[in-house]
Design a protein around this ligand. Structure first.
Ligand code: PRP
Ligand code: MN
Ligand code: MG
Length: 183
């Protein structure tokens, strides 16, 4: 029966496809940042980016450091969209090369907020990598520098992505059927 108790889900990306794409991203990012004076700081956005961050860092060929930030947004209940900082980074990012690591960009609210917040501390460079990107619906002020896959506007779970905190540990990424959207 599987983990979804009879609900209809499509596998969008298998573990193998995910890992192949992670490796490509890791090679590209490693190449782009290979001349950094100090190791780039990867800032994972909790909780969803946990597994992508771990896989990406370990697939990179250059030395990196890690930090984490946690925010909470109310874009599902508020049309204006409010983002609240729940846990800040502890690293000093001034003059450092910083890479924000996200599992998914949906409305774009989180990344718009995080870019502004990080830029106020004058990093040497600031980039964003997102594994999934709902390009059609997002209202990003600036496109992510690195994108795993562009996906349609469907609710997805697995590889860190949750539905009410469930399904994060699934190694593949699944989408709920469009007529069965769990939002
Ligand atoms: C999800 C996802 C991104 C964010 C994207 O996180 O992991 O961080 O929403 O949405 P946006 O582009 O509309 O801002 P969520 O707030 O569900 O927290 P979680 O990572 O702990 O699941
Ligand atoms: Mn998240
Ligand atoms: Mg979530």
């Amino acid at each position: 029966e599987g983990p979804f108790q009879g609900q209809k889900l499509d596998c969008l990306f298998s573990e193998q496809e995910i890992q192949a794409r992670v490796k490509e991203l890791a090679d590209q990012i490693s190449h782009d940042l290979e001349n950094a004076k100090k190791p780039p700081i990867l800032v994972g956005v909790l909780n969803g980016s946990l597994f992508f961050m771990a896989d990406l860092m370990r697939a990179m060929s250059i030395e990196t450091e890690m930090d984490f930030i946690k925010i909470s947004s109310y874009h599902h209940t508020s049309s204006t969209g409010t983002v609240r900082l729940v846990k800040d980074i502890s690293a000093q990012i001034t003059d450092r090369d910083v890479l924000i690591v996200e599992d998914i960009v949906d409305t774009g609210l989180s990344i718009n907020f995080l870019r502004n917040r990080m830029l106020s501390n004058a990093p040497h460079s600031l980039r964003v990598v997102t594994f999934l990107y709902k390009k059609e619906v997002s209202q990003l002020k600036k496109e992510p520098e690195y994108i795993g896959f562009v996906i349609p506007n469907r609710f997805v779970v697995g590889y860190g992505l949750d539905l009410d905190q469930k399904y994060r540990t699934l190694r593949d990424i699944y989408a709920f059927a469009p007529d069965n959207k769990q939002e």
